[in-house]
Write a protein that binds this ligand. Structure first.
Ligand SMILES: C[S@@+](CC[C@H](N)C(=O)[O-])C[C@H]1O[C@@H](n2cnc3c(N)ncnc32)[C@H](O)[C@@H]1O
Length: 217
């Protein structure tokens, strides 16, 4: 049975997909630290031997497009069919699938990297360990992860979408050590964490992790 939070998140993003896509259009142009993080991630995937990269919770697909432009074999997965429709429309040369990060329709050891930008923010605490175990399962050895999220301690329920339509979606702000703790528990090694504009009311953060043990030299 689908859990209520998954159904609510899906239907909220289905309702709000055009508004969200409009809000984030061109966003990466204004986000040098995110662009740099994606470039570094792309470089590290190539250094680790390249391979498919899943943009999980891809929304309208602009991060997937950016990863593709950076030379990666990137594809997107999103819970919301309406988001996937927009991504397919705007990036017709790329692959986008409807799916959930709680149960990825991907084989074990099949991807070289996973980017999850501001999508795990909708997963409640009790379900995050299972999501990171899914990431671990589908990543091959030397697989890389890049997670982006809002920093804080609160949960926030949004009831109005970007075009004023009713939605019902919860977002969870988290301290980086909470995210890195869950990643370690799922078998990841943490490579780096970056808090972006830490003095903002709600800073952003990215965490780089990988499936392998740290090099001994
Ligand atoms: C805030 S948007 C982020 C979209 C995009 N990654 C970005 O950075 O703009 C969150 C996205 O995560 C998707 N999402 C939420 N829960 C998900 C899940 N369990 N599996 C896959 N996608 C999910 C939503 O449908 C939505 O498109």
């Amino acid at each position: 049975m689908t859990e209520a939070w998954l159904s609510e998140t899906r239907s909220s993003y289905d309702t709000d997909a055009p508004g969200y896509a409009e809000k984030v259009r061109g966003l990466l142009d204004e986000m040098p630290f995110l662009r740099a993080s994606l470039s570094l991630f792309a470089e590290r995937v190539r250094d680790a031997g390249d391979g498919p990269v899943a943009d999980v919770g891809c929304g309208p697909g602009y991060v997937t497009g950016h990863l593709h432009d950076a030379g990666l074999d990137a594809f997107g997965i999103d819970l919301s069919p309406e988001m996937v429709a927009i991504a397919r429309r705007d990036y017709p040369h790329l692959r986008f699938d409807v799916g959930t990060m709680t149960d990825l329709d991907l084989a074990d050891d099949s991807v070289a990297g996973i980017v999850a930008f501001w999508s795990v923010i909708h997963v409640p605490d009790h379900a995050v360990p299972g999501v990171f175990e899914e990431f671990r399962r589908v990543l091959r050895p030397e697989g890389l992860v890049l997670i982006g999220f809002h920093v804080g301690d609160e949960a926030r329920r949004r009831t109005e979408g970007y075009t004023g339509r009713p939605v019902n979606v919860e977002s969870y702000r988290r301290r980086p050590d909470k995210i890195t703790g869950w990643l370690r528990d799922a078998g990841f090694t943490i490579d780096a964490e970056l808090v972006i504009r830490p003095d903002d009311e709600v800073p952003g953060a990215v965490v780089f992790a990988r499936t392998a043990d740290p090099p001994t030299t």
